[in-house]
Design a protein around this ligand. Structure first.
Ligand SMILES: CC(C)(COP(=O)(O)OP(=O)(O)OC[C@H]1O[C@@H](n2cnc3c(N)ncnc32)[C@H](O)[C@@H]1OP(=O)(O)O)[C@@H](O)C(=O)NCCC(=O)NCCS
Length: 402
């Protein structure tokens, strides 16, 4: 390995390693920020690359439990990846990715997932683009629903302390409904999701909760940015996280958000393409949905990963997997009865581990991968059979960049 890479073991190493990404944004870590950040990212999950005793790069991995089709699985949430601009394109990232993947494998986390700053970086390490999301910009004039809404619930503001008690159960419902959601620890809720940083004091987060028959069923976290142009409001309303446990609750909490007075444009991002808002709205075109990539998924242990999700249908499929970075995955894997195992049988599909990662959450089809020249079909009908097995609805949704 050209660079010495190992996990950090104290607060100073941790801060220096995280500061590799701070070279690009965020600034140096203060003691208070290290204290907070280490609540979600233990020292041993933060890798650093050293040259001549100096840290020149860092890569972290949150120990997540993430929802996948029909269940949940241990997942390394790869984060704060950065290399000092003085050391770029000399193999620092590659050294860190090799070591991090080896470590994830040893920890028996079958998959890794990340949000990529650029699409060009992670494919070479076996990550595949596995989920899509998008942002909307909706003028207040265009927020009517297509059908009348029968409101059954009541919305009220809650404090961050109440939110910390109430919101996690609603998030859990989302986790059961969709792949791509990770469980948030208590510290994550209080120190990340609900925290009000000083720099946001002028436009604080507001927390609203909807209950139906006394049961909390949906919440909204949003911020307002007042502004006037030529005497009229040009305010923005930023919907940070709006989640409902049921379709009715989702429709009602979004109605509440859309009806807030005085904003001119509502902005929301990270929404899945099949979000019910697009069928609730009378004029979804006006939301100007712009789609981009969401989670990239890496099968770190192909067998455990494939056995760790549910499937829409049972069939017998054999994959010939290429994996230049994690050689333990190389070779033929048979999926049958929801279980994956090594096999010598002839393969139906040959593909890179990144293509299999792309299909893993059920959002990207094998037909798309074939048409994008990402796989070879070796038996007749293999692509169609694989799609019938892997396809999953609803689509994955990861409502937060980590
Ligand atoms: C992205 C980043 C971590 C790459 O680090 P690096 O040490 O320069 O990468 P390496 O030298 O190990 O490169 C490994 C390979 O990836 C390629 N690569 C690295 N960064 C790339 C980029 N941004 N775009 C395209 N290719 C890239 C290299 O060309 C090299 O290719 P090769 O294997 O074919 O030779 C670094 O540029 C960085 O810190 N960028 C800013 C922060 C950032 O974007 N972090 C990612 C957060 S998700």
């Amino acid at each position: 390995m050209p660079f010495d890479v190992r996990a950090t073991s104290n607060a100073q190493e941790f801060a220096d390693a995280v500061y590799a990404i701070g070279q690009y944004f965020g600034g140096p870590l203060t003691e208070e920020r290290v204290e907070r950040f280490k609540q979600f990212l233990p020292f041993e999950r933060m890798h650093a690359a050293w040259e001549d005793g100096e840290i020149v790069g860092g890569a972290g991995a949150f120990p997540f439990l993430m929802s996948v089709p029909g269940g949940e699985i241990a997942c390394a949430g790869v984060t704060v990846v950065g290399v000092h601009p003085t050391h770029r394109r000399r193999g620092v990232l590659r050294s860190m990715m090799d070591e991090q993947l080896r470590d994830i494998h040893e920890r028996k986390e079958p998959i890794a997932a990340l949000w990529a700053s650029e699409e060009t970086i992670y494919g070479r390490f076996g990550y595949g683009l596995a989920a899509w999301c998008g942002e909307i910009k909706l003028a207040r004039t265009w927020t009517a629903y297509a059908q009348p809404l029968d409101r059954r619930g009541r919305v009220r503001f809650v404090t961050s302390e109440e939110a910390a008690r109430i919101f996690p159960d609603i998030w859990e419902a989302l986790m059961r409904e969709r792949p791509g959601v990770y469980r948030r620890s208590e510290a994550w809720w209080t120190l990340r999701t609900l925290r009000m940083p000083d720099e946001e004091a002028a436009n604080p987060k507001r927390f609203a909760m909807l209950d139906i028959d006394g049961e909390p069923q949906a919440y909204a976290i949003y911020r307002q940015f007042p502004q006037f142009e030529s005497g009229s409001s040009a305010a923005r309303l930023q919907a940070i996280e709006v989640v409902g446990a049921t379709p009715q609750a989702t429709a009602e909490i979004w109605r509440f958000v859309l009806d807030i007075d005085w904003y001119a444009t509502l902005e929301a991002s990270l929404l899945p393409p099949d979000h019910s808002l697009f069928t609730l709205l009378a004029t979804p075109r006006r939301a100007q949905f712009r789609m981009g990539d969401s989670l990239w998924v890496r099968l770190v242990d192909v067998g455990a990963a494939l056995s760790g999700r549910a499937y829409a249908k049972d069939d017998r499929l054999v994959f010939e997997v290429r994996d230049a970075v994690c050689p333990w995955n190389e070779g033929r894997w048979k999926l049958e009865g929801g279980e994956a195992a090594r096999t010598d049988d002839a393969a139906d599909l040959a593909l890179d581990v990144g293509a299999l990662g792309a299909a893993y959450l059920g959002a990207v089809s094998f037909a798309q991968l074939r048409d994008g020249l990402r796989l070879e079909a070796l038996t007749d009908g293999a692509v169609e059979r694989a799609d019938a097995v892997f396809g999953w609805r609803p689509l994955p949704w990861c409502p937060e960049i980590f």
